[in-house]
Design a protein around this ligand. Structure first.
Ligand code: ASP
Ligand code: MG
Length: 351
């Protein structure tokens, strides 16, 4: 029987700042299964490409070229053909959504070439895959969705390919009626989960520079705690109500396939989202102009706070400038009363 497969997605900082940890994780995962790697653009590159699509200036192009050439030289990878193609593309100077998506696609395409070469250098056979060759999209430029049934035959072939080498697939992009389109910002997590779903993976791992899902946004609430085991239902509701760590689109296709979020640098600790996780309360927020909406998922009322009870959550509207103090105060109320503490464990043994 063919062994099961895992999908691991590396975010933009992994290829640059945590290369060795990423390679170590790949080695570890390869011991137990076939593997498909999905990569996003190097950190900050999509922003630069976006800027380039708004004002195609030579200096901007040069800085993108330099950034990738430096890494390519170190690895012995070849990015010249992609650079030439990008240079030609920006000269078209078209500014329509189709052209913009085409420009944005280069970030992931550079990354896949670099990451694949890095694995090769470690003696791991790889094959860089341009997702436009396997993922059929529908919808519109800038925010397309993956057409699972149309993509399935080619994705299955990818699974077969993974028996011989590790495919390194570009996240974020696909083929929309023969044209290059993107899945919306942050879309490479969705690429990974869609591939995981179509290949019936034993797990999907999303590796980035944040450890995982916290009880609130840790950049705003320093007391927020990392949640190690979280139920799928809870993760999905939190994502729908504004949690930044995951997009609902990433969770939805997975069915009962476990999803792990982790930081590339210390990948033994993270969040495992599965049918067997706990229903932790999670405090999420969404800024709406001058106001912000805080939702406490898993809590239906909060003594002393006026708000609206939803199905499985309680939400409170605040002025935008009150957001951070309100989040911290609510976090204190919700979690000081909760004596449970998050347990540390080796999530990775489960994948
Ligand atoms: N590089 C794309 C972005 O920054 C996709 C991703 O990172 O997932 O939005
Ligand atoms: Mg990115």
């Amino acid at each position: 029987m063919v062994e099961k497969l895992s999908v691991v997605k590396f975010g933009g900082s992994s290829v640059r700042d945590s290369f060795w940890s990423a390679l170590e994780l790949v080695d570890y995962l390869l011991e137990g299964s076939r593997l498909v790697v999905v990569v996003s653009a190097l950190r900050g590159v999509t922003e630069k490409l976006l800027e380039l699509s708004e004002r195609p200036e030579w200096e901007l192009f040069e800085s993108i070229a330099l950034e990738h050439s430096r890494i390519a030289d170190k690895l012995g990878a070849e990015v010249k053909p992609l650079l030439d193609e990008l240079e030609k593309a920006i000269k078209e100077n078209r500014h329509d959504p189709e052209w913009k998506d085409y420009i944005l696609s280069f970030g992931e395409r550079f990354s896949a070439v670099l990451f694949a070469k890095a694995l090769e250098n470690e003696g791991i056979p790889t094959i860089p895959i341009d997702a436009r060759e396997i993922l059929t999209l529908r919808g519109s430029f800038g925010n397309a969705e993956i057409d699972f049934s149309a993509s399935l035959p080619r994705v299955r072939k990818l699974g077969e390919l993974a028996e011989k080498a590790v495919p390194v697939v570009t996240g974020f992009i696909g083929n929309l009626n023969g044209k290059t389109a993107t899945l919306g910002r942050g879309g490479s997590d969705y690429t990974a989960s869609a591939l995981g779903a179509m290949l019936d993976a034993k797990g999907v791992l999303i590796m980035s520079d944040v450890k995982g899902i916290y009880t609130a946004d840790p950049r705003l609430v320093p007391e927020a705690r990392l949640i190690h085991f979280l139920s799928r239902e809870r993760a999905l509701l939190a994502a729908k109500l504004g949690m930044k760590a995951l997009h609902p689109r990433t969770i939805e296709p997975l069915g009962s396939i476990p999803l792990i979020l982790g930081r590339t640098e210390d990948w033994r600790l993270g969040t495992l989202v599965s049918d067997f996780g706990d229903d932790w309360p999670i405090i999420v927020h969404r800024v709406e102009g001058e106001r912000a909406r805080i939702s406490i998922v898993g809590v239906e009322e909060l003594p002393g706070w006026k708000g609206v009870k939803g199905n499985g959550y309680f939400s409170i509207a605040v002025e935008r400038e009150e957001l951070v103090p309100a989040l911290r105060e609510i976090h204190g109320v919700v979690f000081d009363e909760d004596p449970r503490s998050c347990h540390h464990s080796e999530l990775w043994a489960r994948v």
